[in-house]
Unconditional design. Sequence first.
Length: 157
Amino acid sequence: MTGSEAYLAAIDKESRPLILLYAADLCAAEVQNGGFLQLFYNCTGVVVPEAIEGFHALHMPQTAGLVEEASKPLGSPYPRDEERRHEALLRAPGKSLDEIESIAKDTQHPFIGFREVTKDLDFDALSSRFWELVRSENGGFGEAANQYALAILKDRQ
């Protein structure tokens, strides 16, 4: 079972509101730590569809829209599988295989190679906009998440 298959099997058994909160939180943490490229490159990128839905549930539609915009170059449907996401990241900028191989040869770590190949996708600018939104939209992510969690608890009573 792949990581994405295990994730989908696990969330199928959990409360949807909690999954959305978890995915939005994981997405926010990953983008704030290293930007959208890090989110898409790492295994945590599997949560992107639920994160988008989660930001909507948190009444953060601009943040949800930005995550959706950042993920568009990876194609539709969004590639949950890490290997397929890596392939999509490498294809998205439209570079030739020779260009990609040359970049890979000149870098010492795969992530640095991905960063170089995808620099035209402007993930850094999108990440900066994301950081601003999670601090401000609907009172900021922390406040929005707290309000959402309280509403979940209230609904369970």
